[in-house]
Design a protein around this ligand. Structure first.
Ligand SMILES: Cc1cc2nc3c(=O)[nH]c(=O)nc-3n(C[C@H](O)[C@H](O)[C@H](O)COP(=O)(O)OP(=O)(O)OC[C@H]3O[C@@H](n4cnc5c(N)ncnc54)[C@H](O)[C@@H]3O)c2cc1C
Length: 481
């Protein structure tokens, strides 16, 4: 009897518990279902759709190399799964869990309905070291601070047992029809993906290549990870977001290939700690499912966010006149990725200097990041805006110019993404408005013509934000009903 494995954000064959367990019981039909537009509130953004297209192609090729194939469908997941059960005579359906609140509600309903149909239905964990509900404080309350969470994770022991990819796939009695990949309509209609094609290799093989390319640099991770001008980080995030590799596999690889215990090396231990932040974000979203809409620190609901569509658009397009912010947003637009330090600076500038609601920034990142992920994105935005768990305190406003001088000291990152400023001397690249007229003239730069004047004064907007945040600390005096 065959089984259906419903692939979602677990686009790999190795260490895939749902696939492995179903295959142990008989032939498997591997399925991906794209919900119809508008049918789900968690549709992937435009950049993620690009990745998904290529990752599905890679998964299909990996299945075919073993005698299988990937069946593609569009539609509402429950009715599509029921149709596939009828077409194949499958007696079991399995998947690896998703953890965003929308998917949890949908999958729980699907599990109940399919079980009522008489099927065996199983779900598994492919994405995390720990289920998001697994680590809690002694009193059962969730952790809101990262360091004790991470200590608890280390005490519990990070899992590193992995499952092998199957060598051959027995064919099911019937292969159901599949849509051609192009019919999922995931690729952009205009070719804005040119740079992404050269920079990324979506799929399981690409994930392993990225990990192997990073390993020789891992010992310097703790020193290099904040440098926006250097390839100091792993760039594994889109691969992790699509489940082309999982944290158990990463840990097992580090254990097998590093000459020391990965938790002993400064670089590798720091890298594992960042994966710990990923687990922490998933745990927060599980315990506080309203986080995508509501700040964890509810006082922030009273903050008088500014509606300013012109400033929001300038931020989105990398035209704020603050070079490091513009470099960050342009890197995102062109490559689908942004350096973590740049994400913090971009988010701080929007939510604090511009006082624009962090949710507008979260939405923009969700649409443009290849690694866009509910748990990490919402956590990153709330942390930076000051309203999240273990958040940056409200009085810590990043000064983008000082940060740029520290983490892009020669200006290479800024020159790459803001070429209008490339001829400025390093001393002035991060604050062109401070350069003398003679220096600007020598660099062929006219502010307001070649590159915008800053859309805000950093010092004045800093004071404005501090005043707004300070008012939140006063008791709420709004009238009660
Ligand atoms: C405003 C904001 C939004 C963000 N949105 C996302 C998002 O949508 N998706 C996403 O995967 N990450 C997000 N991050 C976290 C982080 O910036 C990226 O994970 C990281 O830059 C990815 O690059 P990397 O793979 O080279 O990371 P590395 O430094 O090599 O880290 C390895 C892995 O650890 C995880 N990780 C690293 N830093 C963090 C962190 N601060 N929080 C949670 N997990 C982390 C990621 O899975 C990453 O791939 C966001 C951060 C901020 C400040």
């Amino acid at each position: 009897m065959s089984g259906i494995v419903w692939f979602r954000r677990d686009l790999r064959l190795s260490d895939n518990p749902a696939f492995h367990e179903s295959l142990a019981q008989g032939p498997v039909v591997a399925v991906f279902i794209l919900p119809e537009e508008g049918a789900q509130s968690v549709a992937p953004g435009a950049a993620a759709r690009w990745w998904l297209h290529h990752s599905l192609a890679a998964l299909d090729a990996a299945l075919r190399a073993r005698g299988g194939r990937l069946i593609l469908r569009r539609g509402e997941p429950l009715s599509t799964l029921r149709t596939l059960v009828r077409e194949t005579g499958a007696t079991r359906v399995s998947w690896n869990r998703l953890y965003d609140p929308h998917s949890v509600a949908r999958d729980t309903a699907i599990k109940t309905a399919l079980r009522e149909d008489g099927l065996t239905v199983r779900s598994h964990n492919a994405a995390l070291w720990f289920e998001p509900w697994q680590l809690t404080k002694h009193d059962g309350e969730p952790y809101r601070v990262f360091t004790p969470y991470w200590k608890a994770a280390l005490r519990a022991g990070l899992p590193q047992d992995t499952l092998p990819a199957p060598e051959r796939l027995p064919p099911p009695p019937i292969w159901p029809d599949s849509l051609p990949l192009a019919r999922l309509d995931l690729e952009p209609r205009i070719p804005w993906d040119r740079a992404m094609r050269t920079l990324w290799q979506p799929g399981e093989a690409g994930a392993w290549a990225a990990l192997q390319a990073f390993l020789p640099r891992i010992d310097a991770y703790h020193e290099q990870r904040d440098r926006m001008d250097r390839p100091g980080t792993s760039r594994l995030s889109p691969h992790l977001a699509f489940g082309e590799i999982g944290p158990r596999q990463i840990l097992a690889t580090l254990q097998g290939q590093l000459p020391h215990d990965p938790l002993d090396g400064q670089g590798s231990a720091h890298f594992l700690r960042e994966l710990g932040w990923r687990e922490f974000s998933f745990s927060l979203l599980h315990h506080f499912p309203h986080l995508p809409e509501t700040p964890l620190d509810e006082r922030f609901e009273r903050l008088p966010w500014r509606e300013d569509s012109a400033q929001l658009a300038a931020w989105q397009r990398g035209q704020t006149g603050i070079p490091i912010i513009d470099a960050a947003l342009r890197e995102l637009w062109t490559t689908g990725w942004m350096h973590n330090r740049a994400r913090m600076l971009a988010a701080s500038f929007l939510s604090k200097n511009l006082l624009i609601d962090w949710r507008a920034g979260e939405r923009w990142f969700r649409d443009t990041l290849l690694d866009a992920d509910w748990a990490n994105n919402v956590q990153g935005w709330q942390w930076t805006a000051g309203c999240g768990a273990d958040a940056a305190p409200y009085f810590r406003l990043f000064n983008p110019v000082l940060q740029a001088r520290k983490f892009d000291p020669e200006g290479h990152y800024t020159r790459r993404w803001v070429p209008e400023l490339a001829a400025l001397p390093t001393r002035d690249i991060h604050a062109p408005w401070e350069a003398s007229p003679a220096v600007r003239q020598a660099a062929g730069l006219v502010l307001g013509r070649d590159y915008p004047h800053p859309i805000v004064d950093l010092a004045i907007t800093r004071e404005r934000a501090l005043a707004a945040f300070a008012r939140l600390r006063e008791p709420d005096r709004s009238p009660t009903p």
